[in-house]
Design a protein around this ligand. Sequence first.
Ligand code: ARG
Length: 593
Amino acid sequence: MKKILDMLTEEMQKAFEAAGYEGALGRVTVSNRPDLCEYQCNGAMAGAKQYKKAPIMIANDVAAKLVNSKVFQEVEAVAPGFLNLKITEEFLLEYLQGMESADKFGLDMPANPKKIIVDYGGPNIAKALHVGHLRPAIIGESVKRIARFVGHDVVGDIHMGDWGMPMGLIIQELQERYPNLPYFDEDFQGEYPEEAPFTIAELEEIYPTASGKSKEDPAYKEKAMEATLKLQNGERGHRALWNHIMRVSIADLKRNYSNLNVEFDLWKGESDAHDWIPDMVKDMKEDGYAYISDGALVVDVKEESDTKEIPPCIILKSDGAALYNTTDLATIKMRMVEYQPDKIIYVTDKRQDLYFEQVFRCAKKTKLVKPETELFHIGFGTMNGKDGKPYKTRQGGVPRLENLIGEINEEMLRKIKENSETKGYRVDEEEASKTAQIVGLAAVKYGDLSNQPAKDYVFDVDRFTSFEGDTGPYVLYTIVRIKSILAKYKEQGGDLEKAQLQTAQNASEKAFVMELAKFNGIMEAAYEESAPNKICAYIYDLANQFNRFYHETPILSEENAVKKAGWIALLELTRDILETCIDLLGFSAPERM
Ligand code: ARG
């Protein structure tokens, strides 16, 4: 289905042409003076020079061609040459009916769907998820869902940090604590135990301990490096122990991410890239891209047009060790073979902007990807506390994700109870705490996603959990309100199936419907610009328009059954669109709140 603005533009272009002007001048936009008109066209101004005519004359000519338009009910040429437009209720109704009956509310599917991998999350094995993992999870999940919704073939990959020195450190510390475990006995031939010799709690404590020790004790560090090497060389016992570490960690990660309503299709990690490194390095050398500089193997990635210094990509350190970017490059190689993506999107902190620029250039230059493969980095800003500095706990530490979410849910529960008290109804304790979880997640996610990803934002529990203003709970509250009207309509004996859309009855209804009609345009922009914030802005405006309409229109007490059913159909469509949108943002609405 065409976008409403495109349809209005087409009608306008025909009028320009009929009046003897170039059609391209007839671009229609949403009015920036909603008090005067609904849409506008500034083409007459743009055409003045070309036709050596006063813009108002052109505008008058065009307006004259639109007197019988079925699309525009009002076309006003105003000085110095604007065309102020109002559309007909019939045209709007037809558009709305189109949205209602079409798949995905009239969003057209791409002619050539792309295969897209979204690389997001990036947690590190055996380390507790902390506040720094919140943004990649929230933004990545939404970007993935949007890309899938607009019709691409999308795979989300968690890309765990599950390899290298941290793993060696954990194994070394385990060896110190439990030297008699069979994993450390090189002569052990039997089956290793199925049960891991540690719990997740112990694992999370082990890593910081080991990391601390290695900084103080060079001998300890040396042994950890040896353990890393043994693991990487495939030593049986080390691999078996690593498998335990992975299993225990992944189970915990799955629980944590599922609480965030975040789901990965692939649970791959840096370890999966390991075996792809030797061949990649060999090719880079043989093809003449990689050369030795100060002992390290590097690929130059600077380009003539660079305005800032782009350092070479270091592929191997002078001791032959692989680096963070070696893994990312090998992962690209692996993905190209296994999935043939047209596009790979990475969601990480924007401090990695330069890093990804280097990696992408290197991948293109060394032909790991095709010239047309899109490599795209979404660099997000920092989540700050109210003091404007990176978010910390009250004790000054980096908060664990679970605690942070717990805090939000508590606050949400308090507000839900408070709300029920002021409204005078009782909530069941268990239901209230379930609702608090659903609404709490919306509060956190909306608080994040309503900002442009690249911007820093202030994590403000109080504001995020408010039922009023530009917040997740406000949007959910609106959905719940719509659902409750629909339920009451049914109680009154109304049949939702039979309800049919009608032409808008008043100004607030029309404004509300015009907002709804932006849907496909918003979805396209949210995908193209990797901007979930566009969806937030849309549902916030929509919720506002709905609430204005609702306050002016006594829906359930309307006597005219056809009118009433028309509003009910409009509400159903609105509920479906809002629920689709929040699903794309990665949260859902409760039945009541
Ligand atoms: N595990 C990394 C970290 O914690 C983030 C990984 C980001 N993704 C990537 N493909 N490099 O810093």
